[in-house]
Structures are given as C-alpha cells and as structure tokens.
Design a protein around this ligand. Structure first.
Ligand code: FUL
Length: 485
C-alpha cells in the first residue's frame, strides 16, 4: 500500500515537471481581411522606381500628341539608355516603367501591327528599338522593367471599335513575349475624345467601363506573365493615389471597395487617396509624379526641375505613407536624362541616405505594456530584430498597446519608422508618439494608419526614451518593425 502510494507520487511529480517544461501554446492572430497577395507584398518591398515618358512629344513640345505626328520627328541625337538606367540605379530606384506607347499611338518598338513606330523614324535609320534597349539595360544593371501601353490611341483608325481591342491585345502579346520579365503594367485611364484616328480627325469617346473588357485582357497578360502587377485607377493589383502631385493620404488604407471606384464620380480622388478601412479588396496606392511640371521633356522646364528637398518631401508623403513612388524622369531631345534632373536625383538620394543612416533603435531596449499570451513569439523585441516575419502582437481583446524604447543615452530624434505585419491584414487606425523629457512623457507626433510603412517626421528633439502608443486598431495590432533616426 505504502509502496504503490510512493510510485503514484513519483509519477505525479514527473507529469507535473513535464507539463511546466512545455512551451506555452499561444494561438496565432487570426487574419483580418482583405489580405495582400504575395506579389503585392513583393511589390511593396520595391518602394520606389522610375517612370520614363518618351515619344514624339519630346520633339514636338506637346504633352498629349494628337496622333498625326510624323514618325520622322522622333530622332534623339545622342541616345544612351545606359545613362538613364545607371543614374536611376544610383538614385536608389528599383525599376523602370517605360511609355512604350503614349496616347499619340507612336510605338517605341518596331511593332509588327503598325507603321506608326520607331521603324519609320530617322533614329538609327529606322533600325532602333527603345523598348528592347531599356529592357536590356535594366537587366544589365539589375533593375526591374515595366511597361505603359496607353489604351487610348489617337493614331489608330480603329480606335473605338472591337478591332482596336484586338490590336491592343496583339501589342501586349508582342511586348510580353519579346521583353519579359515585366514586373508592372500601367493601364492609363485617360481618354480626351478627339484625335487623328487614321485621318478621320474626329471625337471618339468610349465607355471606359465596358469598351476595353479589362478582365479578358488582364487574364491574357497574367497567363503570359504570372507575377505581373497591374496598375489602373481601380487595380486590380495597385490603384492610383488620386493625384499627380506626389502624395498618398495621411490616412492610407491598402483596402478599398473596387465597385466604388469609377472615373468621374464625385469624391473618387479622395477615396483613391485614402482607401477605406472597411474596403473589401487589398489594392494599395502607387504615387505617380514627375520630376518636372510635365510628363515629357520640354527645354522650357529645365529650370523647374524639382529640388532634392522637394523630392525628399515627396518620398515622405509616398513611401513614408506605405505607398510606392513612381517618379517620372523624362529624357531630353538628345535621348539623355538632363543634367539638372540628374543633379536633383543624386542630391535627393544623398538626403535619404543621410536622414536614414543611423538607426537608433538598433540595439535599443524595448518593452510593451502587454504582448500576446506573454509568448516570446509575440514579444516587443521582434520589432527590432530586423526580421520581417516576426512581430509584436497583443491579445485578441486588446486593440491598443504601448511600446517603450530605451535608446541607451541621449539622442536627437527626427524620424520614427513603423511597419505593420500586413500579411495578416492592415489594422492600425491611430497611434501617438511621445518622448521622455525631464521624466515626463511629451506627445510629439500622432497619426492614423501605419500599413506597410509609416515614417513620422518629428520636430528634432533630444531624448533618451520614445513611446509608441497604438490607440486604435481593427483587431490586435501587429508591428513587425520599428526604426528611429
Ligand atoms: C496620365 C496621362 O494622361 C499623362 O500623359 C501621363 O502619362 C500620366 C502618367 O498619366 O493619365
């Protein structure tokens, strides 16, 4: 009797030790829909790339060619795409999106479906091919390549009829079979009505919602290039940010309800700019802006190139708000990026490098008022480990939280950078930033959404500790990265 009791006691003690040795099982946070696709996540990480607008407009001084320009006018005198791509790379941009055909219909490659192209220009006696050269230079310099093929074509005689849609799709097949890999395809929504249209010189307005039959075109292209990102006002993958001045909304949701987007609707630009917390699809915004007032090069604008400081401001209001920046740099009549543009670009790159050189959060100490199940898997230190797959999370019933970062000494702080773990859905609706001043917390910044990335610019302030307070969120907030500069 005594002996069996002893055995039972030993067994009991043994099971107890085993139980306490087991790591705590804490349920992962549930996704908050809509979620980004893998290709959207990869796109987010590109952050910024170049747009190149180049066509007969460069030589005629127009912004929208009518479609009756002679191909002969396209004649750059000292074209060098390596100069473009080299400068673009040195400026920290990750890709080039080229206007293979703008609204005037002139093609920068010798398309077999039209005579209105480089093959009838004087440039290289009609033997040149800008698209091929740029795609190859991108490969050489390790940048991605994207295409803009204007749906509106003021040259084509069939524009407005089903025959034109076939022409447009044939050109897409041509581009995607010749110049793949292509990371992004730009579908521009513009249609101004009148044009040359093979000599008809009339107004042709189409119903933008039905004429192009986009679902068929995009699935055709997706079949050719599975990882392609489609840009258009409403996506499907990424949306327009609602302006061409270089800013995403201060409140910037990747989420939007696609049905609510169609051109001309009142308030549509505002909606595109901010997205909506309850949007049913994930379609993040891309910010398109030109380094000059126009999209095409005009010598009269040589003195109006945006300064490095202005470009830095644009960086903060695009990349710094979780959108990607597509910055247009139009080649001049020589076929080169103009000296003024190059100077601004490189000056801008230096401003970015200087501002974000020394991450004060590296090696700092961080604590949270709570973390999910007190499991190390969701600990606040995950925000400082440089790994995008780890994150701080709260318990499900908690949609706020405080993270306090001890900078180990006094530092002047100018920027706070935060990233949500958006793989499980964008969540944060409001946050505040405070610094410790003479043992008191002083609020120095606040905002709404965080999303893929948020850079908050502060009045430069000296402190030893920073507190990030998430004050509202759609569900348990998940932060994967914090940097302080
Ligand atoms: C607009 C076009 O009309 C402009 O010419 C330019 O291409 C810009 C990026 O998109 O809709």
């Amino acid at each position: 009797m005594k002996r069996s009791f002893l055995i039972l006691l030993i067994l009991f003690a043994f099971t107890q030790t085993k139980a306490s040795d087991k790591p705590k099982v804490v349920a992962s946070p549930q996704p908050v829909y809509p979620l980004p696709t893998d290709r959207q996540l990869a796109w987010h990480e590109m952050e910024q790339y170049a747009f190149i607008h180049f066509t007969t407009n460069t030589f005629t001084g127009k912004e929208w060619g009518f479609g009756d320009e002679s191909p002969e006018v396209f004649n750059p005198s000292a074209m060098d795409v390596n100069q473009w791509v080299k400068v673009i790379k040195e400026s920290g941009l990750k890709a080039v999106v080229l206007t293979c055909k703008h609204h005037d219909g002139f093609c920068l490659w010798p398309s077999k479906y039209t005579e209105h192209s480089v093959k009838n220009s004087k440039w290289k006696n009609g033997q040149g091919n800008v698209v091929k050269e740029v795609a190859e230079a991108c490969r050489k310099y390790g940048l991605k390549f994207g295409v803009y093929l204007s749906p509106w074509d003021r040259n084509n005689k069939d524009y407005g009829t089903p025959a034109y849609i076939e022409y447009y799709r044939n050109q897409l097949k041509e581009l995607f079979s010749l110049y793949s890999p292509i990371f992004e395809m730009w579908f521009d929504g513009a249609n101004g009505g009148d044009g040359y249209y093979g000599g008809a010189r009339e107004k042709r307005s189409i119903n933008g919602a039905t004429y192009y039959d986009w679902p068929k075109t995009t699935s055709m292209v997706r079949g050719l290039e599975p990882n392609i990102i489609f840009f258009s006002d409403a996506g499907p993958d990424i949306r327009w940010c609602g302006n061409e001045r270089g800013y995403a909304g201060e409140t910037n949701w990747g989420n939007i309800t696609k049905d609510s987007i169609y051109a001309g609707k009142d308030g549509i630009q505002q909606l595109l700019n901010s997205g909506s917390a309850d949007g049913t699809s994930y379609v993040p915004a891309e910010v398109d802006v030109s380094i000059r007032p126009g999209w095409f090069y005009h010598a009269t604008e040589d003195s109006k190139v945006k300064t490095p400081e202005k470009l830095f401001e644009i960086y903060l209001s695009s990349v710094g708000r979780g959108s990607n920046l597509i910055l247009n740099i139009p080649p001049d009549r020589r076929g080169l990026l103009h000296e003024n543009d190059v100077k601004s670009l490189l000056g801008w790159k230096k401003l970015i490098d200087d501002a974000f050189q020394n991450n004060l959060a590296k090696g700092a100490k961080i604590k949270a008022d709570s973390y999910r199940g007190e499991s190390g898997k969701y600990a606040p230190s995950n925000t400082l480990d440089g790994k995008k797959e780890t994150y701080w999370a709260t318990d499900d019933n908690k949609v706020n939280g405080e993270l306090t970062i001890d900078l180990k000494g006094k530092h002047v702080v100018k920027y706070v950078l935060m990233q949500e773990f958006i793989k499980l859905g964008q969540r944060v609706k409001g946050f505040e930033i405070s610094v410790l001043k003479e043992n008191q917390w002083v609020k120095v910044g606040k905002g709404t959404t965080i999303g893929y990335k948020k850079i908050v610019k502060l009045e430069p302030t000296e402190t030893t500790q920073i507190k990030i307070s998430i004050i509202d969120s759609k569900a348990a907030p998940l932060l994967s990265n914090i940097e302080i500069y």
